[in-house]
Write a protein that binds this ligand. Structure first.
Ligand SMILES: [Zn+2]
Length: 480
C-alpha cells in the first residue's frame, strides 16, 4: 500500500503548472495532472481513449495491456518497467493505481507510445502539451521594455498566428484560438511600473496570454506586425487631464520627447546618399544623391511654410555622410520625426512604385535560428542594443508609414491602393529614437521614370504628397 495524496491542480500550485493539454484534430482537451508525492502522473485510460487504442485492464489483477497495430504494450501495477513487444522500457516512476485510476509518468508517451505509434505524438517543449495527429506547435517568447509612462510588451511568435486582443478592466488578454500553442512558461515573472504580471493560461476553452496592468486607468493598445510575427502591447499612462476619446488616440509618448511635450518642434529630413556615395544612376551625370537632395530641399521649404516647425536636413550639399552620422544628428537634436528620402532601383518592373519602409527589428533569436533547446529560447529574445532606440517608437513609425503609403498610393502610385508599406532591417531606421520612415520614390531602372524624377514639377508633387501625409499624422501624434 502506498501513501498518496491526490492533487487536482488547476493553477493552484506554484510547483506544478496547470494540466496536460492535448491537441487533437483542431480540438483541445484537458487531462488533469495528478501529483503523488513528488511525481506527476498522466491518467492513462483517458489518454488511451483519446488515441482510440484498444486495451484491456484489471486493477485487481494489476495489469493494462494495450494494442498498437501489431505491437503490444504491457504495464504492471507498481512497476516502472513496461513491456513493449519483446523489449523492457523503464519509466521515471512506477505505474500506479490511485482512486481506481491508472496513472503513468508522462515519459510513457515519449519512451513507450512513440516507439510503436505509426504517427508520433508531438510533445511540446514544456512537456505538458501533446499534439496528436499532423502539425506542430507554435511557440512564442515574451519580452518587456519598461518605461515610466509607457511599457511595451513584445510577443514574438515562432510562426504566424491569429491573436485576438481584448481589454477588460485592468486586464489585457491575447487569445490564440485553437492553434496548438506551446509556452515554456506559465508565469513570465514580469513586472514593471505599468504591468503587474504576464501569465499564460491554458484551458479547454481558451489559450491565452493574460497581461495584468497595474491599474484600470492605463491605456493599452495592441499592434500586429505580421511580417515580423510580432504583437506589440503598448501600455501607457495618461498624464494629461484632458484625455481624448478612449481607444481613438493612444497617448503614447515617443522616447525622446519630454514627459508632457508632444508637440512637433523639430523634424529631420535625410537626403539619401551624398558625396562619394552616389546611389542609383538616374541618367548621364545625374544620381540618386542629387535627386534626394533636391526633393529634401523642396520638402523642407514646404513643411516649414505649411507647418511652422523647424525642419533640419542631414545635408544641404553634396556631402558624404555615414548612416551613424545621420542617425546621431537626429537623435542628439531630439528630433520628433525622421524621414529619409531615396529613389527605388528595382530590376523587376513589377516592383515599380513608391514605398514607405519601417525598421524590421531582428531579435538575436532569428540569427541563431531553430534548433536550440527550448529552455534556451526563453531567455534569448533580445534585441541588439542599437535597435532599442527604434523599438519604443516603432508603433508610431508604423502608423506614419501607413499614412505615407496611402498618400503615395493616391498620388505617386496612380491611385493603386494595393501597395503596402514594408519592413526592412535598415540599420539607419533602427538606431533612431523617434518615429522614422524611409521612402523609396519610384524605380530608377525604368527609362520613363528617369525623366519624371528629374522634373522639378514631379519633385514638388513628391514634397506635396509627404506634406499631406504629415498633416494627417500630426494630430494623431501631437497632444495639446
Ligand atoms: Zn538609396
Amino acid at each position: 500500500m502506498i501513501l498518496f495524496h491526490l492533487a487536482w491542480l488547476h493553477g493552484a500550485s506554484a510547483t506544478w503548472a496547470a494540466d496536460f493539454v492535448i491537441y487533437q484534430k483542431q480540438a483541445k482537451k484537458i487531462l488533469p495532472k495528478v501529483g503523488i508525492e513528488n511525481q506527476i502522473y498522466l491518467p492513462l485510460i483517458e489518454f488511451l481513449q483519446m488515441l482510440d487504442l484498444p486495451y484491456s485492464e484489471s486493477i485487481s489483477a494489476g495489469y493494462v495491456n494495450i494494442s498498437v497495430g501489431k505491437s503490444t504494450i504491457k504495464l504492471t501495477k507498481d512497476k516502472a518497467t513496461v513491456q513493449v513487444n519483446e523489449a523492457s522500457v523503464g519509466l521515471l516512476a512506477p505505474v500506479v493505481v490511485a482512486a481506481n485510476r491508472w496513472l503513468v509518468s508522462p515519459d510513457f508517451i515519449s519512451k513507450v507510445l512513440n516507439r510503436v505509434l505509426p504517427e508520433k505524438i508531438v510533445i511540446g517543449g514544456s512537456g505538458n502539451r501533446f499534439l496528436i495527429g499532423p502539425g506542430s506547435f507554435n511557440r512564442f517568447e515574451v519580452k518587456g521594455v519598461a518605461g515610466q509612462q509607457r511599457s511595451i510588451i513584445v510577443i514574438q511568435m515562432m510562426a504566424p498566428a491569429e491573436v485576438q486582443a481584448r481589454r477588460e478592466e485592468s486586464k489585457v488578454t491575447l487569445a490564440f484560438g485553437n492553434t496548438p500553442i506551446d509556452s515554456s512558461k506559465e508565469d513570465y515573472q514580469y513586472k514593471d511600473e505599468l504591468v503587474n504580471s504576464i501569465i499564460f493560461e491554458d484551458s479547454s476553452t481558451a489559450t491565452q496570454l493574460v497581461v495584468q496592468l497595474a491599474d484600470k486607468t492605463l491605456q493599452s493598445k495592441v499592434t500586429h506586425l505580421p511580417s515580423q510575427k510580432v504583437y506589440l502591447l503598448e501600455v501607457t499612462r495618461q498624464t494629461s487631464a484632458t484625455s481624448g476619446p478612449e481607444g481613438v488616440i493612444p497617448p503614447a509618448v515617443a522616447a525622446t520627447t519630454a514627459q508632457n511635450r508632444r508637440k512637433w518642434q523639430h523634424i529631420t529630413i535625410d537626403a539619401g546618399h551624398g558625396g562619394t556615395d552616389r546611389g542609383a544612376l538616374i541618367k548621364e551625370g545625374l544620381f540618386e544623391k542629387d535627386v534626394t537632395l533636391a526633393i529634401a530641399k523642396r520638402l523642407r521649404w514646404g513643411l516649414q511654410s505649411a507647418m511652422g516647425i523647424d525642419i533640419v536636413l542631414t545635408r544641404f550639399t553634396d556631402q558624404t555622410l555615414s548612416l551613424e552620422e545621420r542617425a546621431q544628428a537626429a537623435n542628439s537634436a531630439q528630433s520628433d520625426l525622421f524621414l529619409s528620402i531615396h529613389v527605388g532601383n528595382w530590376s523587376q518592373p513589377q516592383e515599380s512604385g513608391s514605398y514607405a519602409y519601417v525598421s524590421k527589428l531582428t531579435s538575436l533569436e532569428d540569427s541563431t535560428s531553430e534548433k536550440k533547446d527550448e529552455s534556451d529560447k526563453v531567455a534569448s529574445i533580445r534585441f541588439v542594443p542599437w535597435e532599442q532606440a527604434q523599438l519604443r517608437s516603432l508603433d508610431w513609425s508604423t502608423r506614419l508609414a501607413e499614412i505615407l503609403q496611402a498618400e503615395m498610393n493616391r498620388t505617386l502610385n496612380g491611385g493603386n491602393s494595393s501597395p503596402t508599406f514594408r519592413y526592412a532591417p535598415l540599420k539607419l531606421l533602427s538606431s533612431l529614437a523617434m518615429p522614422a520612415v524611409l521612402l523609396e520614390i519610384g524605380n530608377a531602372s525604368e527609362p520613363q521614370f528617369r525623366n519624371t524624377i528629374s522634373d522639378p514639377q514631379f519633385q514638388n508633387s513628391v514634397a506635396a504628397t509627404i506634406l499631406a501625409a504629415l498633416e494627417k499624422f500630426r494630430p494623431l501624434y501631437e497632444k495639446p
